[in-house]
Write a protein that binds this ligand. Structure first.
Ligand SMILES: NC(=O)c1ccc[n+]([C@@H]2O[C@H](COP(=O)([O-])OP(=O)(O)OC[C@H]3O[C@@H](n4cnc5c(N)ncnc54)[C@H](OP(=O)(O)O)[C@@H]3O)[C@@H](O)[C@H]2O)c1
Length: 318
């Protein structure tokens, strides 16, 4: 049995608790990892609230979270890329969560962690960094183009800004004043997300922006769509249905070893800072999720696991 943190029924934070789960042996194409860090994402509380029942079916009680870094402790049939003792990160397999001492990953959605990448940074590559990477791939903007990013100071936003600037894209990052420095540190132009943000964008890009990446949804998404030049792409990961109605789309996620490896290399060589800004010990997993559920967290939130008393599985025993 391993200790996990999750929810016992659909609902609010009061449904969350610690409980023990038994891990089955890894199936074909799967690996079991001893978790070192778990990324915390808005999707975690949305699944708990029951708003993702159609796309993320769970069996109750369900473990929260969907991305981790850790050490491989067991390898299932037909896994050739990973061995026991490897340091890896990836997306949790269907039916498994991330806020737990050990979990199951699909080998095809996992990658080796470069030595230069911390456990915390690796844990947030699959969702936030990977989404930013995939969105820029889909937007396919040329150097010199202007990209409008709504929600620029959060988990996905911060990585998006860095990756877009590296492509030579001019970025208008809409965020609250608390995130001004974080936006400007990437070389992006900060636009205050107060009432006048759309006017500010129109003044900075009078012919319209060349692309929009929305992480907020609602009325800001509607306004942003009208700030595009004709034909400019629009992607929303907060409301892909509304984006489609506005002539845009959601993001096409590529949760593959190749993409995760490419992103990890950017982190390893210093090109991409995943912007982990808040770290919580596993015992405070509820506080970690509450920080994200507030909707106003800066950068990424990570849960860290203490394995100081555990033998390193890569070292031979006595
Ligand atoms: N489809 C996918 O694959 C996928 C992947 C990852 C995330 N998502 C979704 O994308 C959204 C963002 O995810 P995230 O991880 O970046 O969330 P996050 O870390 O919680 O960041 C959200 C950011 O939005 C900002 N914000 C809130 N209201 C705003 C407004 N009116 N104008 C501008 N900024 C505003 C918040 O900061 P301030 O309050 O300071 O402005 C915060 O920095 C969530 O809905 C999440 O579920 C989808």
């Amino acid at each position: 049995m391993v200790l996990a943190y999750g929810f016992t029924e659909y609902g609010g934070p009061q449904t969350q608790s610690f409980f023990d789960v038994s891990l089955p042996p890894p199936g074909a194409g799967q690996i079991v990892v001893s978790v070192r860090a778990a990324g915390v994402n808005p999707a975690d509380w949305k699944v708990r609230a029951g708003t993702r029942k159609d796309t993320v079916p769970v069996t109750l009680p369900a473990v929260l979270g969907r991305e981790v870094s850790g050490v491989v402790t067991s390898v299932g049939p037909r896994v050739t890329e990973f061995d026991v003792g490897d340091e890896v990160f990836g997306s949790t397999a269907t039916g498994f969560g991330g806020y737990t001492e050990a979990t199951v990953l699909n080998a095809s959605q996992s990658a080796h962690k470069p030595a230069a990448v911390s456990w915390a940074d690796a844990a947030v590559i699959p969702v936030a960094c990977g989404t930013a990477f995939d969105a820029l791939h889909d937007l396919d903007l040329a150097a010199g183009a202007t990209l409008l990013v709504l929600g620029a100071g959060g988990g996905v936003g911060t990585s998006t800004l860095t990756l877009a600037r590296a492509r030579g894209i001019t970025v208008l990052g809409v965020a609250s004043a608390a995130k001004q420095d974080a936006v400007e540190e990437t070389g992006s132009l900060w636009v205050d997300s107060g009432d006048l943000w759309a006017d500010a964008v129109a003044a900075l890009a009078p012919s319209g922006v060349d692309g929009v990446f929305d992480l907020v949804g609602g009325e800001p998404l509607q306004r942003a769509a009208s700030l595009r030049r004709p034909g400019a792409p629009l992607i929303s990961i907060a409301d892909s249905v509304a984006a489609t109605e506005l002539g845009g789309s959601g993001v096409e996620r590529r949760r593959t070893t190749a993409v995760f490896t490419a992103v990890a290399e950017l982190v390893a060589d210093g090109s991409l800072d995943p912007a982990v800004r808040q770290r919580f010990p596993f015992e405070q997993a509820g506080s970690a999720l509450a920080a994200v559920e507030s909707g106003h967290s800066a950068g990424k939130v990570v849960i860290e696991f203490d394995h100081a008393s555990e033998a390193d599985p890569s070292e031979p025993g006595d």
